[in-house]
Each structure stands twice: as C-alpha cells, then as structure tokens.
Write a protein that binds this ligand. Structure first.
Ligand SMILES: [Fe+2]
Ligand SMILES: [Fe+2]
Length: 236
C-alpha cells in the first residue's frame, strides 16, 4: 500500500488555502493519507470546520492524530468530532486496521527529552505529572501496536520518539519536541515505519535507537527539501 503523510497543516483563515495546494495529487498517488497533528493552529471549532472542508476535496482514506496546537483552546474533543464527521479517523491510542494489510497505531505523544537526558519521574508533584503524561502516551502506543494483527503496522505520532529527526532545531528545545520513552514500544513491537510532526525545523529521515525508520513529515520540513513536496509518499 502506498501511504502519504504530512503533519502541521496548522489550518487557520490565512493558511487554509495552502492545504489543497500541499495535497494536490494525493488521491491518485496514495491509498491512505496520514495527518501527524497540529491539524489546526489554535484548536478552534472554526479552524476544524475549515480543515474538514479543505480535506473533503480529497477522497483518499484519511487518518489523523491531534497535536499540541489542537489542544490550545481546550476544545480538542470538538475538533476531533468535526473531523470525524467529515470522515477523518482521529486516533488516540486505538488500533486501526485498514483491511488485512495495513494497520495504524496513532497517539499524540508528549515531551520529555532524549536518551541519557530524558526527564525522570523524580521530585515535585507537577514534574511527576509531566512525566506521567508521557508514560500514558507510551502505554497507549504499546497497546495499539500490540493489538494490530495486520501484515504492516505503522506508528503515527505528533511528538517525536527519537532525536535524529529533530536535527536543525535549537538544542534547547529538544526536550519539548518528544521523548525517547515513546520509542520503547516501537523498538519492542517494530512497526514498519513511524511518522511524526511538531519539529518544524527538524529533519525528514531518522530512526529509533533500535533501527525503526522514523519520518518527520511536518509540512515546513517537507517544504525545505531540495525538491519541495507537500506530503511524503512511501510504499509500505
Ligand atoms: Fe506544528
Ligand atoms: Fe506541535
């Protein structure tokens, strides 16, 4: 199956028209379009309606996760509902099988840092809550990947599960762009590929420490390539 993926569309009044341009050709190129969060810019119902309208021009199967921007207005459930009413599956830890071939495990993910510098669950209550939020996402991903019985499994996240796809971002903000913790279930259950967004200044290709391919498909990353593209398409 040929899969297309893009994140960080950040739909708002002045960017909504760019969405159709970015996705031009996706219907004929791919059987499934993955949307890696930050679908809207401020998570308002209005932005979600605009996005649903723009995406309705494309007939390809659409599967999404939310990003941090989609939570900004505290109306993430309305955003999700509006997108699902428009036929876009929005995953938050549910395993989704597209027939017997391809399955998708989707979570938002969370922050926490990488490798030896990952934030540990120690000290004040708010800090423990921060780490717990990431652990909860990790468990959702593990559960979804474990339940999928398809030949090909794909991970779809907003935050990054590894460091290499963040190269290009200021080092100071790496801990807010993802967490090594999220790669635990990936390296254990080994999906064919993982897609994420969130790191607008990052790098397209990377891998977890266990060697699972990871792609940062944030739209600004795809637009900075030597040959700019509006979505990444891969055969999986
Ligand atoms: Fe973003
Ligand atoms: Fe983000």
């Amino acid at each position: 199956m040929r899969i297309a993926a893009v994140g960080d569309l950040h739909c708002r009044a002045d960017t909504r028209k760019n969405i159709g341009i970015a996705l031009a050709g996706v219907d004929s190129e791919a059987q499934c379009l993955l949307l890696a969060g930050d679908l809207t810019d401020h998570g308002t119902p209005e932005e979600a309606s605009w996005l649903a309208e723009e995406l309705s021009h494309f007939k390809v199967t659409k599967v999404a996760v939310l990003g941090n921007h989609d939570y900004e207005s505290g109306q993430e459930m309305v955003v999700k509902q509006k997108l699902e009413e428009a036929g876009i599956r929005v995953l938050d830890g549910e395993p989704l099988a597209l027939g017997e071939e391809v399955g998708i495990a989707g979570i938002k993910g969370f922050a926490g840092g990488f490798e030896h510098a990952q934030l540990q669950r120690f000290g004040e209550v708010p800090l423990k809550a921060f780490v717990d939020a990431c652990i909860a996402e990790e468990l959702k991903l593990e559960n979804a990947l474990f339940q999928l019985r398809t030949r090909v499994r794909i991970g779809l996240l907003h935050y990054s599960p590894c460091r290499p796809t963040l190269e290009g971002e200021p080092l100071e903000i790496f801990p807010f762009l993802g967490a090594t913790r999220l790669s635990g279930p990936i390296d254990q259950l080994r999906p064919a590929a993982v897609f994420h967004g969130h790191a607008h200044r990052g790098t397209l290709r990377g891998a977890t420490r266990g060697g699972v391919p990871v792609y940062n498909v944030a739209l600004p990353v795809l637009r900075r390539l030597e040959k700019p593209i509006g979505y990444l398409a891969l055969d999986l």
